[in-house]
Design a protein around this ligand. Structure first.
Ligand SMILES: [Zn+2]
Length: 300
């Protein structure tokens, strides 16, 4: 008695390496979030759009916690129950935009929950918890990986069309995440057109309803002004009315409805950091990321 087991030691080491040495976490919890709480206007409306990928236990050990796209089922359930117990209402992306654009002041807490890549673990691990909390979510599908039987993307099974239809019937929203999940900035314009149009049509044919929202695959090249303008026009021409990106932040004033900001979430988000993210306490990181991107790419 009194000694710790190997399992406990491993968990301690993991929590130390993942959380305690995350500078973004420390700066958020001890500086930026308290600053935001003290000085932000109580009436200013803020809606976070959460970005999840896979709800599974497999953490990606090759990348830092910030870039990990896995959220364990236990942590995901904890995060959803935190939202429910703190009075959050979930919205689809259309509703986020209409709420923010209406300019109405409200103290109601709202959040949008999104999932990229169309993994099947949404059906097996995320949906039961969302249903228990009476929450909706938006799932973005890379259509060449969605089949009539399970197809794998990055080594994981994706949803089938039968599952997508079942989930739609249960109140889950769907958007496009392209056809083949390419880095669109490096594609020919005809290929970009194909990725946007064909994925939209495929989902519309399967679901029998209009698809309005697009999620940009990979890190969004927000500093490439010309590319952004071209992509915005292509999205409009294909009939999309909004889109989400990896630009970091909570939504306040949607200046560009096609490249909405989101907050990445993973297993590394304990309740304190999750709460800070929801309340805008993590938005500070975007300025640093933007300057770093500009310096790296050397573009205007
Ligand atoms: Zn993706």
């Amino acid at each position: 008695m009194g000694s710790i087991t190997i399992d406990q030691a491993e968990r301690l080491a993991k929590s130390t390496s993942v959380q305690d040495f995350r500078l973004d976490r420390l700066a958020t919890l001890y500086f930026f979030h308290p600053l935001r709480q003290r000085f932000s206007e109580p009436s200013s409306r803020r809606i976070p759009i959460l970005m999840y990928h896979s709800i599974s236990k497999t953490a990606d050990k090759r990348v830092s916690a910030y870039y990990d796209t896995h959220t364990s089922p236990a942590v995901f359930a904890e995060q959803m129950r935190f939202l429910r117990d703190n009075g959050y209402r979930t919205l689809c992306i259309d509703e986020v935009l209409s709420q923010l654009q209406s300019g109405q002041k409200s103290n109601e807490k709202c959040v949008a929950i999104t999932f990229d890549d169309g993994y099947r673990d949404f059906y097996t691990h995320a949906f039961p918890v969302l249903a228990e909390c009476n929450f909706t979510a938006t799932v973005y599908l890379p259509t060449s990986y969605i089949g009539y039987t399970a197809v794998q993307f990055k080594g994981k099974d994706c949803l089938t069309w039968d599952e997508v239809r079942y989930l739609r019937g249960a109140g889950i929203h769907f958007g496009s995440h392209s056809v083949t999940h390419p880095q669109l900035r490096l594609c020919k314009s005809s290929d970009v057109e194909y990725e946007l149009r064909c994925s939209k049509e495929t989902i519309e044919n399967e679901l029998g309803e209009e698809v309005k929202s697009f999620s940009y695959p990979y890190a969004f090249p927000e500093n490439y002004t010309h590319f952004k303008q071209t992509l915005r026009l292509s999205l409009q021409a294909c009939g999309y009315t909004n889109g989400v990106s990896t630009i970091l932040g909570t939504m306040q004033n949607p200046k560009d409805r096609y490249f909405l900001k989101r907050l990445p979430v993973s297993s590394a988000d304990d309740t304190s950091l999750f709460r800070a993210k929801l309340e805008g306490g993590y938005d500070w990181l975007h300025s640093f990321q933007y300057v770093a991107k500009m310096a790296k790419s050397g573009v205007q």
